[in-house]
Design a protein around this ligand. Structure first.
Ligand code: ZN
Length: 297
């Protein structure tokens, strides 16, 4: 009220009280003595549960559907996490499309071996930059441009810009002859980790767990950088850029990353952690006794 003196405030309240009717004064005195009477309690909203609509019989779910709501259970609407409500809304709106689609187009192009499955969670990790992981994720979904796809909508030919073969998804990322030097390099690197490079490993990536976690993270980063090199050199060739050697681009990106990590480790006095992460078996690099970086890739 902007009043600095309690006496003034008391006088104002007394004058206001004097203007009240006897009934209002009695109510005020009782409220001051006993507390404000509470309004009668009203019943709250009844419990609501929310869940997906039952599927119609003509909808045949794919064996490996992209829908994550395989066997959804109704949950209480009042306490349902917002992520569940978001997923539920999204999947309800697109239920028919989601349950009839496979999770990845590569199940037909490169059928997983027994016990194998796409490692979606391995596409992103602390080592893999977001943009690099996004390309691997799009590739696994088959959501990357190819000549065969683009020729439906644009005047771009459906042939590979490197070898003039028909440019399918498998051709761009597995079969084109220009990829062979890159794949040979990856094969040699992975052999040093006692791993066998294969198209399945390249596309579906490596699960990350157990005592080989550090190595798995590093291998998955290399695979992701290789895919990015293929993606970027193809884009570069279409844009008539000079450097379209995916093996060179891959090596440059690995070198740049290691050098950046080394400089950071040297400035923060954490070379031991650097060696544990990047100099495994000295496959990619090593640190000399004098503390210098030696690239071995
Ligand atoms: Zn080609």
């Amino acid at each position: 009220m902007g009043l600095s003196r309690p006496r003034t405030l008391r006088c104002v309240l007394q004058e206001m009280k004097a203007t009240l009717t006897p009934a209002a004064q009695a109510y005020l005195n009782r409220a001051l003595r006993e507390g404000a009477p509470r309004p009668p309690s009203t019943p709250g909203p009844s419990d609501l549960s929310i869940g997906p609509l039952p599927r119609r019989s003509q909808q045949t779910p794919h064996a490996f559907t992209v829908s994550r709501l395989h066997e959804p259970q109704p949950v209480s609407f009042q306490i349902a996490p917002w992520k569940y409500l978001y997923t539920l809304t999204l999947h309800t709106l697109h239920a028919h499309t989601l349950v009839s689609c496979p999770d990845t187009k590569w199940r037909d192009l490169l059928p997983p071996l027994e016990g194998e499955q796409p490692r979606w969670a391995s596409l992103y990790s602390t080592l893999v930059p977001r943009s690099v992981g996004d390309i691997s994720w799009r590739l696994l979904h088959g959501a990357v441009s190819t000549g065969v796809f683009l020729t439906r909508f644009t005047p771009i030919p459906d042939t590979c810009p490197f070898c003039n073969m028909r440019e399918t998804l498998a051709h761009v990322y597995l079969e084109c002859a220009r990829l062979q030097p890159l794949f040979r390099l990856l094969m040699n690197i992975l052999l040093c980790f006692w791993l066998h490079f294969s198209p399945h490993l390249f596309i579906y990536t490596l699960p990350i767990y157990g005592p080989t976690k550090s190595q798995d993270l590093l291998v998955n980063l290399l695979l992701a950088l290789a895919k990015t090199a293929i993606y970027k050199t193809r884009e570069g060739r279409l844009a008539n850029e000079a450097s379209c050697d995916c093996r060179s681009i891959f090596r440059s990106s690995v070198h740049s990353r290691i050098q950046a990590e080394f400089l950071w480790a040297a400035s923060t006095d954490s070379l031991n952690a650097f060696e544990e992460r990047w100099a495994l078996s000295e496959v990619l690099c090593s640190v000399t006794p004098s503390g210098s970086l030696h690239l071995t890739l």
